[in-house]
Each structure stands twice: as structure tokens, then as C-alpha cells.
Design a protein around this ligand. Structure first.
Ligand code: ATP
Ligand code: MG
Length: 248
């Protein structure tokens, strides 16, 4: 377009005219309490805030701060808490177990801190599980699993069981399983905690690429370097959010 164009200037529309896309996640006053022999133990306190589609958020904080607890709730794996949690506008706090499981299967890939692979399934079979929830033909699923095994350098391990893998290899399978079905949201609890630094960087590169393609990512990490790959850091301490700042 020429600076000297005779065309009238386009009208700049204000933001009201743009479609309103709501947050992916809205948390309102969420609390988690454990009843222990020593009394009530609050693990999450008045957690509120929004996470927008396309964000890459890192949750940081000391051990025991409640990071895994919060991630499990956002992943709809824990239903014993109070407050409100909306996912894509749907009230998760008011849903049945069945509805939550369905929402999780459709939209969320979860990397567990302790891997949680299925012991009596091989690496390939573990990777096939998220695809089996989608409406994908068996032959296509096999091709996606083969491609993912290749991408993660695990082709030689495809018929082994989790107990036959090292901790780091199990973590890689855990990451592969979380991303394989291209979920809308990836929740990852210390996804590189057991990996060599170069492998850890590759996982962060993969997350960055998926995030650039539109996947929302929330990771728990103790690593400043990993947190820098995201756009925002939420700081948790003793169950309270003590900070929510742009990553620098
Ligand atoms: N079943 C339980 N009963 C009582 N307290 C529990 C239970 N599960 C977790 N907690 C407590 O909840 C708190 C938060 O645990 P959580 O696993 O969320 O911490 P975290 O921030 O993920 O820590 P880390 O960095 O070590 O993984 C801890 O103090 C823990 O002792
Ligand atoms: Mg944890």
C-alpha cells in the first residue's frame, strides 16, 4: 500500500467490534483442604485468576507450595475442592465426574510429575491411549504413534514396558503421550525434571512450537530457564498466589 494512496483511511474499529474470546480457564476463590490427624491443612487458598487461550504459563514456588495440587485440579483429575473453575466457559465445579472426564479426554494432555504410565501396556500402547479417545482410524493412529516414537527418539523402545525404561525415558514417553493427540491445553508437572539438559531444551522447544501453533501450556517448573520460555509466571507459596508477572 502506498503512503500517498488516494483511498480514505480505513476506520479503526475499537475493541468492542472484535469478537470476544473468553478465557480458557477462570478460577474463582478455589481452595483445597486436607483433613489430617493433626487438623485441617489448607493446601490452596483463594486461588483466582484467568488464563487466556494461547498463553504459556509457568507455575513456580517452593516444594509443598501446592503446584501439583493446582495442576491436578485444572486437569480435572481432582474433584475435592471448593470455589469456581470455568473451562472454556463451562462450570467444572458443577459437573459430574463423567462430564469432567469427557472434557479432560477431549481437550487436555497431562504430563505427570511421577510419569503415571500404564504398567502393563508397552510404550506404543501407552501412546495410543489419547488417540483412542479421538475419532481416528486404527491405521492412522498407528502412523501417528510411529511418527511420535521417531520424533522422541524412542523407536527402539516401542515394545518395552515402562518398568524396562529409565526414569528419563519414562518422562519422555509421558511428554509424548500428553502431546500426541494435539490437545487444546497441555498441563505439565516438571516435564524436564529427569532429563539431561539438552533433552530438556528439546522438550521446551517442542512446547514453544506447539504454543506458537495455538496450544495453551501450563507448566510447573523449578527452572528459571524453562520459565523464560513462557509468557507469564504464577508464583505460589504456601497455597497462596503471591505473584503473576510476565516472564522476562
Ligand atoms: N493426601 C494428602 N494429605 C495431606 N496433605 C497432602 C496430601 N497430598 C498433598 N498434601 C500436601 O499438600 C501440599 C502441596 O503438595 P503439592 O504436591 O501440591 O506440592 P508441590 O508444590 O507440587 O511440591 P513439589 O515441588 O515438591 O512437587 C504439601 O504440603 C503436601 O504435604
Ligand atoms: Mg509437585
Amino acid at each position: 500500500m502506498s503512503f500517498f494512496s488516494a483511498q480514505p483511511k480505513p476506520v479503526v474499529r475499537d475493541s468492542v467490534a472484535t469478537p470476544i474470546i473468553g478465557p480458557l480457564i477462570s478460577m474463582r476463590n478455589m481452595e483445597k483442604v486436607f483433613e489430617t490427624p493433626a487438623g485441617r491443612s489448607y493446601v490452596l487458598r483463594r486461588i483466582s485468576g484467568d488464563i487466556q487461550p494461547g498463553e504459556f504459563v509457568s507455575i513456580m514456588g517452593p516444594s509443598g507450595a501446592g503446584k501439583s495440587t493446582l495442576l491436578a485440579i485444572l486437569g480435572m483429575l481432582d474433584s475435592v475442592w471448593t470455589g469456581e473453575f470455568y473451562f472454556l466457559g463451562h462450570p467444572v465445579h458443577a459437573m459430574s465426574h463423567k462430564q469432567r472426564v469427557a472434557l479432560n479426554k477431549e481437550h487436555i494432555g497431562f504430563v505427570f510429575q511421577q510419569y503415571h504410565l500404564i504398567d502393563d501396556l508397552t510404550v506404543s500402547e501407552n501412546l495410543d491411549i489419547p488417540l483412542s479417545y479421538r475419532n481416528v482410524k486404527k491405521s492412522e493412529r498407528e502412523a501417528i504413534v510411529a511418527d511420535t516414537l521417531d520424533r522422541f527418539g524412542m523407536v527402539g523402545k516401542k515394545d518395552l514396558y515402562p518398568r524396562q525404561l529409565s526414569g528419563g525415558q519414562q518422562q519422555l514417553v509421558g511428554v509424548a503421550r500428553a502431546v500426541i493427540a494435539k490437545p487444546k491445553l497441555i498441563l505439565a508437572d516438571e516435564p524436564t525434571g529427569n532429563l539431561h539438559s539438552s533433552q530438556g531444551r528439546e522438550i521446551m522447544d517442542l512446547f514453544k512450537k506447539l504454543n506458537n501453533e495455538g496450544t495453551t501450556i501450563i507448566q510447573v517448573t523449578h527452572s528459571e530457564e524453562n520459565a523464560k520460555r513462557g509468557n507469564r509466571v504464577i508464583e505460589l507459596r504456601d497455597g497462596w498466589i503471591t505473584g503473576s508477572e510476565a516472564a522476562v
